[in-house]
Design a binder for this molecule. Structure first.
Ligand code: ADP
Ligand code: MG
Ligand code: MG
Length: 201
């Protein structure tokens, strides 16, 4: 799994395309509780990754993830660029070239911790962490439970709707942030679901 350039290329392409296909939805979510650019930001990052896909896929899994993280920091911008960038760079730094399931869980945990440190945030504040945290729990319970993980992250993104935003631009709205899904939670769920579906296919 992911031990050849073709399979890495397929995964990168699937995730980037999913983000691009959902850019309008992500922007609409951010229009409700932010500045309306999350879809545009994420699409810019995905397009930068696609433009370099052959080079990225030729790299080893850890090096490719680090390079994707750096591209996201540079191209996505906003709050989400450094946070997603940190996530992917830390995954790359933590994963061995041929990861066993336990390595993947450990790397996901390290990446999740790094996002919390970078964002000075924690789960419960209506952010992407409210999807990443349950995803980590699901992986820890069973690293191969890909269907369960897809269900869990979809539910977790929905569960941000009644939450009060305490971080990022949505927090400026106070109580008015309640009743809308967090855009970063939705993009995290899309990315994780696509990884599961592509690797499981
Ligand atoms: P910006 O808010 O700077 O315009 P984006 O719209 O691209 O950036 O991304 C917004 C998303 O980033 C939010 O929906 C939230 O999930 C996430 N986010 C913002 N601040 C934080 C933080 N401190 N910790 C974790 N996630 C955050
Ligand atoms: Mg925004
Ligand atoms: Mg912005």
């Amino acid at each position: 799994m992911l031990d050849d350039a073709a399979s890495r290329r397929d995964l990168i392409k699937a995730v980037a395309q999913e983000v691009i296909d959902h850019a309008e939805e992500l922007t609409a979510l951010d229009q409700a509780i932010g500045d309306g650019d999350h879809g545009v930001n994420m699409k810019r990052g995905a397009e930068a990754v696609l433009a370099d896909i052959d080079n990225l896929a030729e790299k080893t899994l850890p090096e490719g993830l680090k390079a994707i993280g750096m591209a996201l920091v540079m191209k996505v911008g906003g709050a989400s660029g450094p946070l997603y960038g940190t996530f992917f760079m830390t995954l790359g730094k933590s994963l061995p070239e041929e990861p066993a399931p336990a390595d993947t869980v450990a790397a996901f945990e390290a990446a999740f911790q790094a996002v919390m440190a970078r964002g000075k945030s924690h789960p419960g504040q209506k952010t992407m962490l409210d999807v990443l945290a349950p995803a980590l729990e699901c992986l820890q319970a069973d690293p191969s439970a890909s269907a369960a993980l897809c269900t869990k992250v979809a539910e977790a993104a929905e569960a941000t709707i009644p939450m009060l935003a305490e971080k990022g631009r949505a927090s400026f709205l106070g109580e008015r942030s309640i009743g809308h899904m967090d855009p970063g939670a939705r993009s995290s769920a899309l990315i994780i679901t696509t990884v599961c579906k592509t690797l499981g296919a």
